[in-house]
Design a protein around this ligand. Structure first.
Ligand SMILES: Nc1nc2c(ncn2[C@@H]2O[C@H](COP(=O)(O)OP(=O)(O)OP(=O)(O)O)[C@@H](O)[C@H]2O)c(=O)[nH]1
Ligand SMILES: [Mg+2]
Length: 231
């Protein structure tokens, strides 16, 4: 690990030892909170593990509600971290999933409207992590989401999930295929991550990249945080 990598790994660890709590839920455009904070959102097909990844990241078993049945998260849920030295101007956002066949046309249209509004109207939206099931790779509905993201000009990055469920011999190929695919999308952040909410693989890397993003956007004064810790 380089010095910079070590620094952000430590910062990421610090960020997620903070006390994360639910802040706000929005089921419609009118209910969105003002865009007055830095936001990092988790998007993806239903059941891909967005809420589980948020829980694992924040070390909270049931901060975000999860379910074996797709369609559990129905609103945009906003989470904030409290405590001394925590970045008060930061929100993590759990998004409702897409691509769930049993959802009616009406709800699907409402989802589209809410997501479009969210992608277009958030000045503080620093990145969307687009989650894709590591066992299955990108699906048709993910390609539609990627098109939406390209149109919105938001920075986005792919995360493969459920690494624990992928056979050891297939992990590398799954990552390589996703990386090759994303390299053709110039608006995408080039690095693809591979995580497991169950075994915590890849979580310290994800925490580090979130901490880096927050620091780069000036929403946190990490120098102060680590200095006070005696570094
Ligand atoms: N094996 C394994 N299962 C996981 C992992 N992450 C999530 N799951 C399981 O996948 C299912 C769906 O997880 P959720 O976190 O609710 O998925 P979601 O993307 O939030 O789904 P929606 O809210 O419906 O969009 C649950 O049964 C989880 O236990 C993982 O890393 N490994
Ligand atoms: Mg969910």
């Amino acid at each position: 690990m380089s010095g910079a990598e070590q620094y952000y790994a430590e910062l990421g660890r610090k960020l997620f030892t903070g006390e994360w709590a639910f802040e706000w839920a929005a089921a419609s455009q009118a209910q969105l909170p003002p865009s007055d904070k830095l936001e990092i959102a988790f998007a993806g097909r239903s059941n891909v593990g967005k809420s589980s990844l948020l829980n694992a990241l924040t070390n909270r078993k049931s901060l975000a509600r999860t379910s074996q049945k797709p369609g559990r998260t129905r609103e945009l849920n906003f989470f904030a971290v409290n405590g001394l030295n925590a970045p008060a101007a930061l929100r993590l956002v759990d998004m409702p999933g897409y691509g769930y066949a049993a959802v009616g046309r009406e709800r699907s249209a409402a989802w589209g409207g809410l997501i479009e509004e969210f992608l277009r109207g958030r000045a503080g939206l620093a990145r969307i992590f687009l989650l894709v099931d590591g066992r299955h790779g990108l699906k048709e509905s993910d390609l539609k989401m990627l098109d939406r993201l390209d149109r919105s000009a938001v920075s986005y990055q792919l995360i493969l999930t459920k690494k624990d469920e992928v056979k050891a011999c297939a992990k590398e190929a799954a990552l390589a295929a996703a990386q090759t695919f994303m390299a053709k999308r110039p608006a995408a952040f080039p690095e693809v991550m591979f995580t497991s909410a169950h075994t915590e693989e890849g979580l310290s890397e994800l925490r580090a990249s979130i901490a880096k993003l927050v620091a780069e956007h000036g929403a946190w004064n990490p120098a102060g945080v680590l200095r006070r810790e005696g570094r």
